[in-house]
Design a protein around this ligand. Structure first.
Ligand code: C5P
Length: 220
């Protein structure tokens, strides 16, 4: 039996993470946070003092990744080598390192089968950059979520300030643009909508409005 897959792609800060979680909870589907896998490879590499320019060394780390996702239907706890790393993988440094690591074809290859393994009954919401193009090209529904770099930076600043972390808005915009640039211009699985994806620009939408639009698409 083939499990239905809903592919949700888009740049960082587009609200994909929150919305994918909401959609998976609503439908009772499994959730794949593929960005977390790239972040885990980056964190494992940083921990092991692995150079970030050694493609085969990074691919070995990706292939051997000892990771566990524990979910209660609302949120997911992530373990690397048995250690709880849900917060450790969300830092800007790990995010930057993840986007470097993710540019290597051998690293992406090493994670492919693991990602496809998440497609289990009753279904999967897959969140990433290349879910609809490379990992699940036959996905039942494909959504590409985007927003202006400024809007995404403002959301990021708000998230951080809620945690008591205050950052420079211009710096956040520059970081987002640098990450976009790398994701869009890499040779393998670049960030771009699948030809059969529905594009939602959330720049002027609330989370609830985007969620309603997504439900509309998957119920079509
Ligand atoms: O989505 P998130 O910000 O957690 O992803 C971290 C990095 O992993 C992204 O900047 C991107 O370079 C990479 N990534 C990817 N393909 C995916 C998911 C994430 O290349 N499917």
């Amino acid at each position: 039996v083939v499990a239905p897959v809903i592919a949700i792609d888009g740049p960082s800060g587009s609200g994909k993470g929150t919305l994918s979680q909401m959609l998976a909870s609503r439908l009772g589907y499994h959730l794949l946070d593929s960005g977390a896998l790239y972040r885990l490879v980056a964190l494992a590499a940083l921990n092991k003092k692995q150079e970030l320019d050694d493609e085969s060394g990074l691919a070995r780390i990706a292939a051997a990744l000892d990771v566990r996702f524990e979910t209660d239907g609302q949120s997911t706890r992530i373990f690397l080598d048995g250690n709880h790393v849900s917060d450790a993988i969300r830092t800007e440094d790990v995010g930057m390192a993840a986007s470097k690591v993710a540019a290597y074809p051998a690293v992406r290859d090493a994670l492919l089968a693991r990602q496809r393994g998440f497609a289990q009954i009753p279904g999967l919401v897959a969140d990433g950059r290349d879910m609809g193009t490379t990992v699940f090209p036959d996905a039942e529904h494909k959504i590409f979520l985007t927003a202006s770099a400024e809007a995404r930076a403002d959301r990021r600043c708000k998230q951080l300030s809620a945690k008591g972390i205050f950052v420079n808005r211009d710096e956040v915009i520059r970081d987002i643009q640098a990450r976009d640039e790398r994701d869009i211009n890499r040779s393998v699985s670049p960030l771009k909508p699948a030809i059969d994806a529905v594009v939602i620009d959330s720049t002027r939408m609330t989370i609830d409005e985007v969620f309603a639009a997504m439900l509309d698409i998957v119920r079509r």
